[in-house]
Design a protein around this ligand. Structure first.
Ligand code: V0V
Ligand code: CO
Length: 153
């Protein structure tokens, strides 16, 4: 079901400061930034490696306010690992299978995630205390579409 670790999400107070740290110390590069109002975060993806069906990243998360998942987490626990996200080939299918095992689904349907992905969360209390995210990466149109078009003509 899991193809790779897509990302590890890290909650922080100051996104720019943490980006600078990860770039300097670990020589990582930011490949995407997004404000996701539905999830209540301003986030950045730092690329680590490419894997089957998508890459793997560190995701830095700054809350948009105190009454958001990451805002509440920071108030309760302080900065640190907020969630682990696993790459799946089909997030709808994975949700159905995992739900059938009695794990509470925080999202019954996939939502919009970083880099055009479809994401869904599982309740941390049902996964050994780990907030778990499922990620279906966006189709890599840049690589696929032009070749497919050439093949047609
Ligand atoms: C809360 N708990 C956690 C946790 N957050 N445990 C592990 N890791 C976390 N991140 C524990 C908490 O300590 C409580 O345990 C219990 O779960 C219930 O927490 P709560 O504080 O009462 O409830 P809330 O209102 O804070 O809700 C927690 C959940 C919420 C997990 C339900 O944060 C949620 O729905 N998260 C999913 C969405 C999300 O996190 N979005 C931001 C990332 P005790 O104290 O009762 O033992 S967005 C993202 O990753 C994107 C966009 C992307 O990847 O593309
Ligand atoms: Co995430």
């Amino acid at each position: 079901m899991f193809m790779r670790i897509d990302h590890v999400g890290i909650a922080c107070h100051d996104l720019e400061e943490k980006i600078a740290f990860f770039e300097r110390v670990f020589e990582l590069t930011v490949v995407a930034r997004e404000v996701n109002t539905e999830q209540g975060v301003k986030e950045a993806m730092l690329h680590i490696a490419d894997g089957e069906g998508g890459g793997s990243y560190i995701q830095l998360l700054e809350p948009l306010g105190p009454d958001t998942p990451v805002g509440k987490f920071l108030a309760k626990r302080g900065e640190g690992v907020h969630h682990v996200a696993f790459g799946v080939p089909d997030v709808v299918q994975a949700l159905e299978k995992i739900g059938d095992q009695g794990v509470r689904l925080l999202d019954k349907q996939p939502r919009h995630g970083s880099l055009g992905s479809s994401i869904a969360f599982l309740h941390p209390k049902d996964v050994g205390g780990m907030l778990t995210e499922l990620v279906q990466a966006a189709e890599r149109q840049a690589g696929v579409t032009p070749n497919a078009r050439n093949a047609d003509t």
